[in-house]
Design a binder for this molecule. Structure first.
Ligand code: SAH
Ligand code: SF4
Length: 430
């Protein structure tokens, strides 16, 4: 989501003559787009600011700005101490040219106003990816949930859905530019809901179908699904469209009902397992990944074991796994003690990771002998004589390049899986 926001920012600043440089020494303006979701993400930014200040020593005219969630969370505090010149929250990017103008006049600049309607709908993002194969489209902004650990609703504001025609127009534009895959982005895509002027309502299943049908030669992915809101209608829409990839990222966070309730996730372990069963019933070959938090407030050993047993029961292909990090201002920070000792959080996280590595190895191993259609992203990172790309289920496939010298990026290859690791399918082209 931040990469996509950076693309919007570049498009807005590009409109008033700014161009992107990869070289910090050359820059007139350095912007850091920031994440507040965990404390270590914020700490990294403080480190980056020190690096930017070195660039400022070499060129006194360079200005430093913090944009995104940390700008929204910390506001004026970031300007104190004089290290940073500009602070701009996620809903204020249209004002960046004006704010940069203020910097030129020697003033500090800040705008952290959140909006109920901003979706940057008609702004065509300046794409940052280098492969030209896969791109993000933001379909909504903000979040209306109040998961007790999460800072996102405070930094990105209330949920709003983007007008569908502008989403379809962006998908078509990407197709014309040669892209082959799009990922529809939102904090909770299943609650996408757009009401047109005539009163008609489009939900996420409707949007998925509309996009899949508008660009039938493109692959469609989406993220993130919330287990509470993932409907059978979405699953059936996926099953009915070949170009919607067979993969769902379905963050579970914990396998313990006591923790899920305290997290205010609005579902139970049983509900989650039923949604997984629905996925496997309606889309049997669907890939499944998740997010897990270790050591949330008051988590007992029993709660932790419930997470491990859920992970074993589901058998996720992959997972993003985190230690709980208390975020100022959230419900959890206000109401619950962050009482699992740091070393115990680490121990539990490591246990979660080793369960996941075993599960990934099993899931990837179960693909041996199967065939997949892979969208080629380019040479593999490890060997220039191999190509890599993802199968529809999101598993990374690597296979020997049978046509060296031919640029096959963005084309499809049919492969058979002959081996696996816990993160890669080793394949041969058929
Ligand atoms: N909207 C998405 C997730 C957004 S944040 C959803 O609801 O699934 C991405 C992930 O970061 C979350 O799924 C969660 O696992 C993790 N996360 C969020 N807040 C956190 C915190 N305070 N400490 C640790 N992990 C956190
Ligand atoms: Fe945060 Fe929950 Fe919203 Fe996801 S759904 S962004 S975890 S509040």
């Amino acid at each position: 989501m931040n990469v996509n926001d950076s693309e919007v920012i570049l498009s807005i600043l590009g409109g008033c003559g700014y161009t992107l440089t990869e070289n910090m020494e050359e820059a007139d303006l350095i912007l850091a787009n920031t994440c507040s979701v965990r404390d270590n993400a914020e700490q990294r930014i403080h480190g980056r600011i020190e690096q930017f200040l070195l660039a400022k020593k070499a060129n006194r005219n360079v200005r430093i700005g913090i944009v995104g969630c940390m700008a929204e969370r910390m506001k004026e505090e970031l300007l104190e101490g004089g290290k940073v010149d500009l602070v701009c929250g996620p809903d204020s990017y249209r004002r960046l040219p004006e704010l940069v103008g203020k910097l030129r006049a020697g003033q500090k600049a800040i705008d952290v106003q959140l909006s109920r309607s901003e979706t940057y709908a008609e702004i065509i993002p300046h794409r940052l990816d280098k492969t030209g194969v896969s791109a993000f489209i933001s379909i909504m902004r903000g979040c209306n949930n109040v998961c007790s650990y999460c800072v996102v609703p405070y930094t990105r504001g209330v949920e709003r859905s983007r007008e569908p025609e502008s989403i379809v127009a962006e998908a078509r534009d990407l197709e014309n530019k040669g892209y082959r895959e799009i990922t529809l982005l939102g904090q909770n895509v299943d609650s996408y809901r757009f009401t047109a002027e005539d009163g008609s309502v489009l939900n996420f299943a409707g949007l998925l179908a509309k996009v899949a049908e508008a660009v039938p030669d493109m692959r469609i992915r989406f993220s993130t699904s919330n287990p509470h809101d993932l409907s059978d209608e979405v699953l059936e829409t996926m099953a009915a469209h070949d170009n919607i990839c067979r993969h769902i990222h379905l963050p579970v966070q914990s396998g313990s009902n006591a923790m899920l309730e305290k997290m205010r996730r609005k579902y139970t372990r049983e509900w989650y397992l039923e949604r997984v069963a629905a996925i496997r019933r309606i889309i049997p070959d669907c890939g499944l990944s998740t997010d897990v938090i270790a050591g949330f407030c008051g988590e007992t050993l029993e709660d932790h074991l419930a997470t491990l047993s859920l992970m074993d029961e589901v058998g996720f292909d992959s997972a993003f796994m985190f230690q709980y990090s208390e975020r100022p201002g959230t419900l959890a920070a206000r109401h619950y003690a962050d009482d699992v000792p740091a070393e115990e959080k680490t121990r539990r996280l490591n246990e979660i990771i080793s369960h996941q590595v075993r599960s990934s190895a099993r899931r990837y191993g179960s693909q041996i002998g199967l065939t997949h259609r892979v969208l080629i992203e380019g040479p593999s990172h490890k060997s220039a004589s191999d190509l890599c790309g993802r199968a529809s289920n999101n598993m990374m496939c690597v296979f020997p390049d049978l046509q060296p010298g031919v640029d096959r990026k963005g084309r499809y290859a049919d492969v058979r899986v002959v081996g696996s690791t816990s993160a890669t399918l080793l394949c041969e082209e058929i």
